[in-house]
Design a protein around this ligand. Structure first.
Ligand code: MTE
Ligand code: HPA
Ligand code: MOS
Length: 781
């Protein structure tokens, strides 16, 4: 802190835009980072487990907990009747009981809480209940829900132009269907809450959550107390991926209910199997489409009907379906279009947020359609994609989305051209074709897919954030903000922003745990907006302190406050170079306030949910990827040989962290589209509830040749240092893997037949598609 720089350094000095290690990287690697379960337990701490429904849909006639209560170490057990406040943890619609009361709606739904002296004793006891059910018919697939008109919300639709007339006029049409599976978040740290009673109705909840404020409210309602009695704290999560946006609530509420009854600290840590049986996942989608196009492959009319598996309750399915509708266009202009989405009510886990939040599911449908069109016309899919890209400006036109937002930052044309060149796409296309001609069993496939992703919560009021910055007398800085750290690096970025504003190295700034008693009414850290919103709020706070310090510096050294510079850990004022710490000490003695709050609300957003029109997004993030795969057509096994990725992070706040986000999302999305398969048996039980049966990608699934780069761009919006969000959009990049596999499959019949390939493209699914292609081709011949 005591190394004042020279004016010559000013241009070179920056705390943002530089690659910096994650603030907890060392702690992560050394095993010293504290997750909720690592926090030392208070004396008298008890452990809870949940008793789960064995039926997908049934009336509960009786619950006999006698054996549970007699089990070793058990202290108490609670059912819905014991809840003093409201028995609900639904984030939007109140259809989400904490504990089932009278009716169970899926296998795995919690019915009771058992509290014991140890985690293991609680889990063993939870299995000893005797529940009498009267079974009811269960709906287990979204298609069945649609057939029964059984929805958790009214279906939605977005229309522009005159689809029917355009479709009838179109010289070519393609119709089809597609199903895309769901995905388990598989955060490495499972759901956990540790509830500690405080005096006079108070409760401190240490919770692994993306949404501390929502947890505060759910716990307050469940306990029947005001929010100011409840404090929720989260230092970090071992991953959230959307799974802790709303669904940490059940665990926070259950632990708090038990803790408040017993007046003792209660920890509820979900075992992996319970976590997967109880909580919702990414929504699986089923699509029917009918699209008209011209001889060049330009889309003239597009209609898609999507039905998604909402599960038994609404949870976040409404906004997820909305985001799917608003991402069906992906990077393409659709003049005459009808997009429908319906949230099928099924007797399964209530599906929820997962990285991309419906966006990936919306966009993959149009990519599938374009892939069909290309094959029908005997063209390279990249040419059809390019032909349909949004226009770049008003002169080009074709630059308004179906929901009415004008696109003013389109870089997909340049970005995909740059990637096409740097990946040697055309040369490799020829090489793939040559390889396939001479290789009867092993087939290669290649695909380039683009992405455009809207950044902002699609519920406008959620786009706000707050922060607190403290400068202590020794010159060290503490920042608290409403965002939560789940590994994505939000704290590092916010620390960089604060450091930059005060002209300090990042080492002088520390971030604290997220805490509802520090910043109130925070939004979930979600929609990839964490750094955008909280970075701006923290910048606002730091700027106020900086302005006070600048004013004080002018008092001491003269000059103009507007040209006081803060960089290189020093304040540069009227020809003087004063160490930051020295000025802080002088300001303190002069009674200058050295801490501040900050606030940010994203401007220009509006949205009408009835017409599905408006300006829901602050800006768009763009990217593209090229994947090359090798498929064994006898076994369905495949390998990703090479992936080239280009992502638009604007002026990246931290290129090291952003590259990590892009790589991670790519591999996670590849898992979704290829190996991760959720499977419910005929009795409605999810059978893939552990890593033994549910295959997430491993390190060996990463391509040996993985070329990930950031696109050089500036956000045209005044975002934090002109950066762009990076958390979710790159999950769409591995579409290229899926379509490369489809390309390899289609080569078995000379690309004459559209392979009916559903996601996940497991080995079985690949073999099925190969068989279908071969028989269709034989039939046509
Ligand atoms: N990265 C890590 N390591 N762990 C996570 O849980 N969640 C993703 C993404 N990247 C996640 C992650 C999701 S779903 C979102 S919305 C964003 O991070 C949230 O953080 P941000 O808004 O600060 O980018
Ligand atoms: N993403 C995540 N969470 C949300 C969103 C979104 O777009 N909208 C409302 N909650
Ligand atoms: Mo991310 S799915 O918005 O938590």
């Amino acid at each position: 802190m005591n190394h004042p720089g020279t004016p010559a350094l000013k241009a070179a000095w920056a705390a943002v835009g530089v690659p910096r290690a994650h603030e907890s990287a060392q702690l992560h690697v050394l095993g010293q980072a504290t997750y909720t379960d690592d926090i030392p337990e208070l004396q008298g701490t008890l452990h809870a487990a949940l008793g789960l429904s064995q039926k997908p849909h049934a009336k509960i006639l009786a619950i006999d907990l006698a054996a549970v209560l007699q089990a070793r170490g058990v202290v108490a057990a609670y059912t819905a009747q014991d809840i003093v406040g409201s028995n609900d943890c639904g984030p939007i619609i109140h259809d989400d009981p904490i504990l089932a009361s009278g009716l169970v709606q899926y296998v795995g739904q919690p019915i009771f809480i058992v509290v014991a002296d140890s985690h293991d004793n609680a889990r063993r006891a939870a299995r000893l209940a005797s529940v009498t059910y009267e079974e009811l018919p269960a709906v287990l697939t979204p298609q069945a829900a649609k057939a029964a008109h059984s929805y958790v919300l009214p279906p939605m639709q977005l229309k522009r132009g005159d689809y029917q007339a355009a479709f009838e006029r179109a010289p070519h049409v393609v119709t089809g269907e597609l199903s895309v599976g769901g995905q388990e978040q598989f955060y490495l740290e499972g759901q956990i809450s540790y509830a500690i009673p405080k005096e006079d109705q108070g409760m401190l909840v240490l919770c692994s959550t993306q949404h501390p404020s929502e947890m505060q409210h759910v716990v307050a309602h469940a306990l029947g107390v005001h929010a100011h009695n409840i404090t929720v704290e989260c230092r970090r999560m071992g991953g959230g991926f959307g799974g802790k946006e709303s669904q940490s609530a059940l665990w926070a509420a259950a632990a708090s209910i038990a803790a408040s009854k017993l007046k003792r600290p209660v920890k509820l840590r979900a075992d992996r199997d319970d976590d997967m049986l109880v909580t919702g996942k990414r929504h699986c989608f089923y699509y029917e489409y009918a699209v008209g196009y011209d001889a060049d492959g330009k889309i003239l009319a597009a209609k898609v009907d999507m039905v998604l598996r909402a599960g038994f309750s609404a949870d976040l399915s409404g906004p997820v379906a909305t985001r799917a509708v608003c991402h069906f266009d992906n990077s393409y202009y659709l003049s005459d279009v009808e997009i429908r989405a319906a949230c099928g009510k099924t007797n399964t886990q209530s599906n929820t947020a997962f990285r991309g939040f419906g966006g990936p599911q919306g966009a993959i449908a149009i990519e599938y359609i374009i892939d069909d069109i290309a094959r029908n016309l005997g063209r390279d899919a990249l040419d059809i994609r390019r032909l349909n890209f949004y226009g770049r400006n008003d002169a080009e036109g074709r630059n308004v989305t179906p929901y009415g937002q004008k696109i003013v930052d389109n870089v997909i044309v340049e970005l995909s051209a740059e990637l096409e060149a740097s990946s040697a796409y055309r040369v490799r296309r020829a090489a793939v074709d040559a390889f396939n001609r001479s290789s009867p069993v092993l087939k290669k496939g290649l695909a380039l897919t683009p992405l455009k992703f809207g950044i902002a919560f699609n519920v406008t009021h959620l786009n706000q954030a707050g922060a607190l910055v403290h400068v202590y007398v020794d010159g060290s800085v503490l920042v608290n903000h409403g965002g939560t750290e789940m590994g994505q690096g939000i704290n590092t970025k916010v620390m960089q922003v604060v450091a930059h504003e005060l002209g300090l190295d990042i080492a002088h700034v520390r971030a604290t745990a997220t805490d509802t008693s520090k910043v109130a009414n925070t939004s979930a850290t979600a929609a990839s907006t964490g750094a955008d919103l909280n970075g701006k709020a923290a910048q606002d706070a730091a700027r106020q302190i900086r302005e006070r310090l600048a004013a004080h510096a002018v008092k001491l050294y003269g000059g103009d406050a507007a040209v006081v510079d803060f960089y290189d850990n020093a304040v540069h004022v009227n020809g003087h170079v004063v160490a930051f710490t020295e000025l802080v000490q002088k300001a303190y003695l002069a009674r200058v306030q050295l801490w501040s709050d900050g606030f940010y609300a994203t401007p220009h957003l509006h949205w009408d949910p009835k017409t599905m029109n408006g300006h829901p997004f602050s800006y768009f993030a763009y990217g593209a990827a090229v994947s090359e795969v090798l498929v064994d057509t006898l076994t369905g096994e495949w390998k990703l040989l090479r992936a080239d990725v280009l992502y638009d992070a604007g002026q990246s706040l931290n290129p090291a962290i952003d590259l990590g986000q892009v790589e991670g999302a790519f591999i996670q999305g590849m898992g979704w589209l290829t190996t991760e398969q959720l499977w419910w048996n005929a009795a409605g039980k999810l059978m893939t509830h552990a890593p033994s049966t549910y295959k997430i990608p491993g390190v060996s699934d990463c391509p040996e040749d993985f070329r990930v780069r950031l696109f050089n761009n500036q956000n045209v919006e005044d975002s934090i240092h002109r950066s762009k969000a990076v958390g979710e959009p790159p999950l769409l990049l591995p579409f290229s893997v899926f379509f490369a596999i489809r390309d390899a499959i289609s080569s078995v019949a000379g690309h004459r037949v559209n392979p009916p390939l559903n996601a996940p493209a497991t080995c079985e699914e690949i073999l099925k598609a190969i068989a279908a292609v071969e028989s269709a081709d034989a039939g046509a011949a």
